[in-house]
Design a protein around this ligand. Structure first.
Ligand SMILES: [Zn+2]
Length: 447
């Protein structure tokens, strides 16, 4: 199959070359544009935001002359967004079109706040438009399995972006009952879904999903959380459904980057966001190809620019050119999130990804909940599965136990780890869409 070049390339060319002075996009044109925008962002943030005025006080009047100079500047961390959100604001509060409150885990406790102006939201709309044109075309019908009740919420923006290319959409919200959502998909004659990886997977694995979605839903965009390989491969092999991964976060203005038809790495909004990969321990910038923490600097943000913001996600840039032929870089899948690693015995942490690859491979597993707690002087791992109604529960639970025992992080510490027999929920319970899925570590309370 001929692989089409990512539509992001022409979009970014237009953004960089607004007078049409460039005939095609080159790395050097992108990098020159990014450097200029970084310098403007630093100067703007210092003059308008109290946080950056203080943070960058000792760094001279023009601290970034070449791109390497950026690595001398301090990082911004999520605690800064929790502790002093208003100090980031560069416009009057009346110019804020959308304020987002982001809770890290439960709906209580400390939250980050992010502010966007109309112009900021327009950049996101643009990205959604060109990003989605990778997989849908005029006349298609899309169901958005993300919240969209409020104006300028992620679902609302996506729906408006789709309308620009004559794609109709239904904003459904997060999936709670897979069977009900499948009914809605059929009723609205939907051809493409956008939603959380486990939510979309659960639709296909549900009774009516198995019956009716194959051949009907041929493309899906998986977003809001990292995408387990097993989910994309089951969608492809069992349902002939092509899964596109999107990587983004509210801090990026929701959208970040999306795969092209080659499905090997995310092409990022390089005219809106500058990305560095750093060693999370030393803070040093790593060369392309090496894995480390993703750090972003916004290039066009008006309401609340971010400079060297540490995302907590671990990934890397792929060094070979993409088969689609673009000059845009490729950010690999997200390997893990730094705050989601649970250390048992070994040096390598147990992360949800490892459990996902084993458990989602079992027939009928739609989702699961995993928790590490303390039992006497041992760590205790408890896993509860969400199974489709047709599954043979005892068989799947037993198979799940065998599967997790071959994970090296579990195998290597099995003498000191108590593993509860794996059970399943009575009803289908899916992870809530508003938070990223984690392996729950309840041991912290006992320390
Ligand atoms: Zn590509």
């Amino acid at each position: 199959m001929m692989i089409s070049k990512t539509p992001l390339e022409d979009w970014i060319l237009n953004k960089i070359s607004s007078n049409g002075e460039l005939s095609h996009l080159t790395r050097s044109a992108i990098e020159a544009f990014q450097l200029e925008k970084i310098r403007q962002t630093i100067s703007y943030a210092r003059s308008k935001s109290r946080f950056y005025r203080n943070l960058l006080a000792g760094f001279g009047s023009d601290p970034v002359i070449t791109i390497n100079d950026l690595s001398m500047l301090p990082f911004t961390v999520s605690d800064d967004l929790i502790n002093h959100p208003l100090q980031f604001l560069c416009v009057s509060q009346s110019a804020v079109e959308r304020c987002v409150t982001l809770h890290s885990s439960a709906t209580t406790g400390p939250a980050k706040r992010l502010f966007f102006t109309k112009e900021d939201l327009n950049h996101t709309l643009d990205f959604f438009h060109y990003g989605m044109s990778t997989l849908v075309k005029a006349g298609d019908r899309v169901m958005i399995l993300l919240p969209g009740d409020r104006p300028n919420s992620v679902g609302d923006l996506l729906s408006r972006a789709l309308l620009r290319m004559n794609v109709e959409s239904i904003i459904h919200g997060f999936v709670i009952s897979p069977e009900k959502t499948v009914e809605a998909v059929l009723k609205h004659d939907i051809k493409c879904l956008v939603g959380a990886p486990v939510h979309i997977f659960a639709l296909f694995q549900s009774g009516n999903g198995r019956k009716y979605l194959k051949g009907r839903i041929t493309k899906v965009l998986l977003t809001t959380d990292y995408v387990p390989d097993i989910i994309s491969s089951v969608l492809e092999s069992e349902y002939n459904c092509e899964a596109y991964s999107h990587y983004g976060m509210t801090e990026m203005g929701w959208g970040g980057g999306v795969e092209c038809e080659a499905h090997c790495g995310h092409h990022m909004r390089e005219a809106d966001i500058f990305i560095e990969i750093i060693d999370p321990k030393t803070g040093q910038v790593l060369p392309d190809g090496e894995a480390g923490e993703v750090v972003i600097t916004t290039l066009n943000r008006v309401g609340m620019p971010l400079i060297r913001y540490r995302t907590g996600d671990i990934s890397r840039f792929l060094t070979k050119p993409c088969p689609c032929g673009t000059v845009l870089k490729r950010l690999d899948k997200i390997f893990c999130r730094m705050n989601a690693a649970v250390y048992l015995d070994s040096e390598k942490p147990l992360i949800t990804q490892l459990l996902d690859e084993e458990l989602f491979a079992l027939p009928g597993v739609m989702d699961y909940k995993a928790e590490v707690s303390t039992r006497g002087n041992k760590d205790c791992l408890t896993i509860t599965l969400s199974l489709s109604s047709k599954s043979n529960r005892d068989e799947v639970c037993a198979a799940a136990m065998e599967k997790i025992m071959i994970i090296p992080q579990i195998e290597s510490c099995k003498k000191r780890l108590f593993i509860e027999p794996i059970t399943c929920f009575e009803e289908i319970i899916l992870s809530p869409g508003a938070q990223k899925r984690v392996l729950i570590d309840n041991r912290k309370e006992h320390l």
